[in-house]
Design a protein around this ligand. Sequence first.
Ligand code: GDP
Ligand code: MG
Length: 823
Amino acid sequence: MEEKKTKRLSEIDEKKECIIVKVNGHGGFRHRVMEMGFIRGEKVFVVKNAPLQDPIEYRIMNSHISLRRSEANHIEVIGIEDKFEECKYEFKGTFSEEINQTYTKESKTISVALVGNPNCGKTSFFNHATGLHEKVGNYSGVTVSSKIGTFHHRGYTINLVDLPGTYSITEYTPEELYVREYITENHPDVVLNVVDSTNLERNLFLTTQLIDMNIRMVMALNMFDELTASNSQLDANLLEQLLGFPCVPTTAKIGEGITHVLDHIISVYEGTEVITKHIHINYGQNLEKAINEIKPLLTSYNEIAVDFPFRYVALKLLENDSVTYKHLEKYISNIQPIRAAVEKCRSEIEEEYGEETADVITNAKYGFIRGALKETYQRNNDQKAELSYAIDVVLTNKWMGFPILFLFMWIMFETTFTLGAYPQEWIEIGVTYLGEWVRNILPTGILSDMIVDGIIAGVGGVLVFLPNILILFFFISLLEDSGYMARAAFIMDKLMHKMGLHGKSFIPLLTGFGCGVPAIMATRTLENPKDRIMTMMAIPFISCSARLPVYLLFVSAFFKSNQGLMLMSIYLIGIMFSVLTSLLLKKVKFKENSDQFVMELPPYRIPTWRNTLIHMWEKSVQYLKKMGTIILFASILIWSLNYFPTTNQEIQKIDNEIAQIEKQTTDNNENRELLISNLELQRAAIQSENSYLGKIGHTIEPIVEPLGFDWKMGVSLLTGAAAKEIIVSSLGILYQSDIDADEESEQLIIALKKHKNNNGENSMTPLVAFTFMLFVLLYFPCIAVISAISKEAGWKWATFCVIYTTGIAWLVSFCIYQVGSLF
Ligand code: GDP
Ligand code: MG
């Protein structure tokens, strides 16, 4: 190899100028530095560079920027002043041309490292590319070393390094350590990952480690001749889209595909490769949580970020990797707090999974591999699929996958009702009892009315649904923890692509069943802003848990005979509208194809009670918090708007009448009581109509009337903008007045069913109930979601979302109600 003419930027003296030739290091670092303007070909002037001083000050693109010495170490440059001194006596006045030449030559020199398992054909590739003749074949006991060969390709000089074969780059064997150190210390411009295509599952393990390191990569799918001969099929085009770097079929033995590989190496190096994107392997909830806990402990140590991505360091620490600990000790004087935090995460994970954290990570990596191969790799039929994943053959089967998914969903929703009905009843009885008790001990008056009709009725109306929500979350975490959710995402992936979304959007959408706010946040995992916006616009139609109480109320009131089915259909309609929204956006706004990503297939696990209960608890805390704050507040507000103003002439008249009747002494006591209770009902109705809330309701009545809703429903929808559970609270408060005095139970359901319109007909029919549920499903998500969208995508998209969702809700409800009324 020729002698290097370049220097490190950190080595350039003060007041000297230089040209950037290369930025080394992992993707995250390069991205950051290049964003600051340190781009190949740029001139840099060293403003201040005292020895041992950190940071160093530079002027680039006419702005002053300081870099740490460790960062400047990763930038290769040619010193202009040096050249000036050197060339002065040889060529007068032509030094700039000389620098140009050196620059072109140096910046067109690419160092490439061959990384792969033993016997995958690295040396064969090396020999063909370099024209050298190294001995092929891996012997045991071969000294651990590398060979370097230099050759030219399309005007570039390529320094190819043949590294020893390894199955992994941890620290167990000298080869592994050697390869790892070579990559992290020599910073090859591009890593060429050679894999044996006939044994992809094992070969790709090393690849997953390279992905974690976030380095520029090209993959040679070697032994492609054998793959073809075995009648197996591999979709290399899809694979490279999933993995985010070029994957080129090769037969290194005869030199086939090598030119193609080299072309891709150049385009990756030049940053012109269209396939290149940075992907993350998803390690599953528990590990991702641990990674996110460890990363903030590292971020204050910038030197670490120069050498490795934080995510990689966090993973290595979780694997208890001693080399990484040693590396950290170089920069961090007291490593104990980090070690303690890592150990805490590790013991949590180990307790949860019952195995070493490193093994959990390994399993997740195989989950990633399995997911990638499932989509791209068709094994020859006479080779049997592994028994351990035989379940996947059934669960992700083209024909059986969907019916099984729907079966699970149906079981989930059905159980939510049948099992939830018992605790629901107990809470209901408790709430009623509490209300009566409070009314008895408190003197009659505003306070008693507020506590009983406002707080207890409003909050209690939502509280009764807690068991159902717990059961739903229990199922969701069960499905997640067992590994089935990943399969569900997998079989949905193809469908998602058809919608213009991709598999990764499925996770935020799934999260949307819980709550829209974290779902909107979860779209951050999507790299492409268009995909993010499309997913965000689809999320509000995914029915969140806050809407569940509304459905539960109406489904159990009006669709007693097939509750589970009814509930599922509401959810499915929601899904349908999110699909339609994506399709619409894809047609109208975002016409380009979206990226492809691997859908991980983690190993199946028996979910533990601990994990499941923790997830359930987290959700219920959220729910209870909401009840204690926003729902409580809204209940009081709605109650007072409904309660005031308290007196008017009509009410006065009725009060007088009641007093009159009470005074009368007739023999017919029953008749008298009936008269009184009727008058009281009338009084309450008038009171409600004339209240502030009634006035608001009547103002918006013309908007909701064509949908079959009365003003009370209109008002409850309005209040639901704060949070959708409040709809139930509002209904509870508003329909309270309809409850017959002689009715034992104060259930809202009965009140709803009995409610009469002005013509004395039942105003609430199954059709109205269904239309109302649809409206609740589709309209304005809630303030929290809208503000989340506004934060993530800008206020324009948030505004669009408000108008779009509410518009759709009105239109759909209008059509359903009007058409339904014809029958
Ligand atoms: P290394 O251990 O990764 O350096 O692999 P080698 O280059 O030493 O190759 C190992 C064995 O695989 C040798 O016998 C090669 O001839 C053979 N081999 C390499 N590439 C191919 C290929 O593309 N197809 C086939 N069929 N055999 C290959
Ligand atoms: Mg070899």
